[in-house]
Design a protein around this ligand. Structure first.
Ligand SMILES: [Zn+2]
Ligand SMILES: [Zn+2]
Length: 777
């Protein structure tokens, strides 16, 4: 006779609203176990009784084979006395206590729903809002917690008898699927002409006809409105650019499936997994020669951003259209995307010829996420729809809840409690009222959703960031200012579940330095609590301040002046092209009038891009550096050399913050890397007739060599053998690959980003980690 055991089980993680209880029910039933399962504020609880082997198998499968959208953080089980009761049931939820269960991210339509969508005999055949517990909208429709239909934007839709029966049947795939609906009871699709009211005919077929005719159609998605146009039509793509006032920034595309993606791009295994996974981000992939995509889609870019359909509406539209479509954010220029119907109709009226829309409201604006595969693994450039608000685990528990307000550009905020960090969806550039409102409303929403009142608030040191101003106006909290590049390195540490100390390389465009100057090419000896500035690019003037960011030729002028200590040799075309203002800008640099000094790596890339004729002015952030990377010849093996010199002792600004790494640099100033040497080498190669792609590659390889050289010197001095790479410049794959290779060859362990972007979108996670580490002291 086998012995009977009973276990009390608790499952934590993303386990509610994802079909976990029906999964437990069918698993227990299949293994012949008795007991029950239910939801409470902490997640899922259960008791199971049966043979010891059955209970063991049950516990194993809970962790290894959960439903697709579940994320099991922890399963704990304790033996209790068997009761002898038979049968298995799902018991009522317990809503008492502090909420810790998690809202899941929006998820792409699952295969079972797709099969029903395509089945003429199914009652949801061709229904654009089909979903189940394994797929569909979540974060974007949740208005409050607990996650239940009345607290979603599905509240106005009363379930029909058939849907209600599925919803209440524990054996059904739609058991407690909050957005469940059907053509009889759910949302309805409409096609509205710009100013002309609802258009006649079947909305999807009519929208597809408009796209085929070269028109622009606004399409309501999960987290906002997109603008769609025929991706193969130069006229349609150019018209969309003109109407959106978007000069060069690439448009994302949507294609029907992986096979269609392969016609446009090189799709390796990692790329396919990213394209076809349930998160459905925009995936940046190498463009195939001769891909049938209009030039205006991604001018001057070797890559295309592609996504597969992630809602039933997208699947149906792509099938009707029968071609790849541009699917870009529904906005003008850099404004936030429109997500409410009234706002979309008003703001997109001059852009879209028609609106494919519906009556299920979007509660929170959530942009598409952007990723790219790197050496077989996912790297995020924008973490938003499909990822947020999934928590990131922290290595160390926070003593008190932290709100981190993030940076200014590509803003995200982060609410962190205990060992979980909830990094928000992409908020955007905090430069107008709309985005600032998204920021403040988003923080309020997260506080309610995760039942958390922050006691510590972290912010960037830049006094003009709106996120900083927001933090400084809060009452009754402890404030923690975090230096921008320290936050980058802490973000990389937290991303990897580590605490340091490490040699941190933070290369980006701009960040407020601990000494009040503009930093951006930084080597920090850092742990989560503190840092020392151990090296940096030698500062050069930024003639005209912000104007030098928009006009990279100004940085070429400043760098050439630094490189040659005066007049550069004749014959450089960048000086000729900008002759009208060149001397004035050089004078500005020399006199330091409206020419703040910066150690920014982004500005160094800008200077070389302008020097080579990639471009003299930019239309979007980072454009010159992005295009310089595209120009570089990957087969080139040469590298320019930059001098590295020790600076004066005591110049390690930020030293007051140091703790764990403190004494390593005593008596030595921060190392200074002469970026001007690289610019001079590029100029001389150019004058000698070398090809710009070779020069661009030698420059990239030179920067990588300088980074590796400085890390080696710092490693010898400090004894540290781990390097963390962060900052927007490391979105440059050519540079990142080079740096990682060289560091690994030198025996370093290298940490790069995986779960949050290396750019300022990852800053909030770093700020939270720093504030938590200081709070633990
Ligand atoms: Zn489904
Ligand atoms: Zn129904």
């Amino acid at each position: 006779m086998t012995s009977i055991v009973r276990a009390s089980v608790r499952v934590e993680g993303v386990v509610q609203g994802v079909g976990f209880r029906p999964f437990v029910y069918s698993l227990a039933t299949r293994l012949g176990l008795a007991g029950w399962v239910g939801n409470d504020v902490d997640g899922v609880f259960a008791e199971v009784e049966g043979s010891a082997a059955g209970v063991r198998e049950f516990l194993g499968l809970l962790e290894t084979q959960p439903p697709p959208l579940a994320r099991v953080d922890r399963v704990t089980a304790a033996a209790i006395a068997p009761s002898g009761a038979r049968g298995f049931s799902i018991v009522a939820s317990d809503h008492t206590g502090r909420r810790r269960a998690l809202v899941s991210a929006d998820s792409a339509t699952c295969d079972e729903c797709l099969a029903e969508l395509a089945d003429p005999a199914d009652r949801r055949f061709a229904y654009p809002f089909i979903n189940c517990t394994n797929c569909g909208p979540r974060f974007t429709i949740v208005t409050g917690v607990p996650y239940d239909r009345p607290l979603t934007t599905m509240a106005p839709f009363t379930m029909c008898a058939e849907c209600a029966a599925e919803y209440h049947d524990p054996a059904n795939r739609r058991f407690h699927a909050q957005p469940v609906c059907c053509p009889a009871c759910g949302p309805r699709l409409r096609l509205i002409g710009a100013g002309a009211g609802e258009l006649a005919g079947e909305p999807l077929a009519a929208a597809a006809r408009l796209l085929a005719g070269g028109q622009v159609v606004a399409v309501k998605g999960l987290g906002g409105y997109h603008l769609a146009a025929d991706a193969g039509s130069q006229a349609a793509a150019s018209e969309l650019r003109a109407r959106k006032h978007r000069e060069d920034k690439p448009f994302a595309l949507m294609v029907a499936d992986v096979a269609a993606a392969r016609e446009l791009c090189e799709v390796d295994e990692a790329g396919e997994l990213l394209l076809a996974g349930s998160r459905r981000p925009v995936v940046l992939l190498p463009r195939r020669a001769g891909a049938p995509v209009a030039d205006a889609v991604a001018p001057g870019n070797r890559q295309l951003g592609i996504m597969l359909p992630y809602t039933p509406l997208h699947h149906l539209l792509l099938a009707e259209a029968g071609r790849p479509i541009i699917l870009t954010s529904g906005n003008v220029s850099d404004e936030p995307i429109a997500y409410t119907d009234d706002d979309a109709l008003a703001r997109l009226a001059g852009i879209a010829d028609a609106f494919l829309t519906h009556d299920r409201a979007i509660h929170i604006r959530t942009d598409d996420s952007v990723v790219r595969p790197l050496r077989g693994r996912e790297t995020l450039l924008r973490r938003s729809r499909g990822y947020a608000p999934e928590p990131l685990g922290l290595a160390a528990r926070l003593p008190r809840p932290v709100l981190a307000c993030g940076a200014e550009l590509k803003n995200t905020f982060c609410l962190a409690v205990e060992n979980r960090a909830f990094v928000s969806h992409h908020i955007g550039d905090l430069e107008n009222f709309e985005t600032l409102r998204s920021f403040t409303e988003g923080i309020g929403h997260f506080r309610r959703l995760f039942d958390t009142e922050p006691e510590v608030v972290a912010y960037d040191l830049h006094p003009e960031y709106l996120s900083t101003k927001y933090a400084l106006e809060l009452d009754g909290v402890d404030l923690a200012g975090v230096q921008h590049h320290h936050a980058h390195i802490a973000s990389c540490l937290a991303d990897n579940g580590e605490e340091g100390p490490v040699i941190g390389v933070a290369f980006d465009g701009t960040g407020f330095g601990a000494d009040g100057t503009i930093w951006g090419g930084e080597f920090l000896l850092a742990d989560l609590a503190g840092f020392e500035r151990a090296g940096h690019l030698e500062p050069v003037p930024m003639p005209g301040g912000a104007a030098a960011i928009r006009q990279p030729w100004r940085m070429a002028a400043a760098y050439l002046d630094a490189a040659y200590g005066g007049e550069p040799p004749a014959g450089l075309t960048v000086a000729g092209r900008n002759a009208g203002h060149w001397q004035e800008v050089v004078t500005m640099s020399r006199r330091g009038i409206n020419a703040p000094l910066t150690s920014s790596a982004g500005r160094l890339f800008d200077a070389v891009a302008a020097l080579l004729g990639v471009r003299d002015t930019i239309n979007y952030e980072g454009q010159a550096a992005i295009e310089l990377e595209q120009w570089a010849d990957p087969a080139e093996r040469g590298a320019y050399r930059a001098t590295v010199e020790p600076g004066p002792p005591g110049a390690g600004a930020g030293a007051a913050d140091v703790d764990a790494t403190g004494e390593a640099m005593a008596g030595v100033g921060p190392l200074r890397v002469r970026g001007a040497d690289l610019v001079r080498a590029a100029a001389e190669d150019l004058l000698a007739g070398a090809e710009p792609p070779a020069i661009a590659a030698r420059f990239h390889r030179g920067v990588a060599a300088a980074i590796a050289g400085v890390c080696t010197a710092l490693g010898e001095r400090s004894g540290l053998d781990t390097v963390a790479l962060s900052g927007g410049v490391f979105q440059n794959l050519l540079l990142l690959g080079q740096v990682v290779d060289r560091l690994e060859e030198s025996g370093f362990r290298v940490l790069t980003h995986a779960r949050v972007p290396p750019n300022d979108g990852g800053i909030s996670l770093g700020q939270a980690a720093v504030a938590g580490a200081r709070d633990r002291r």
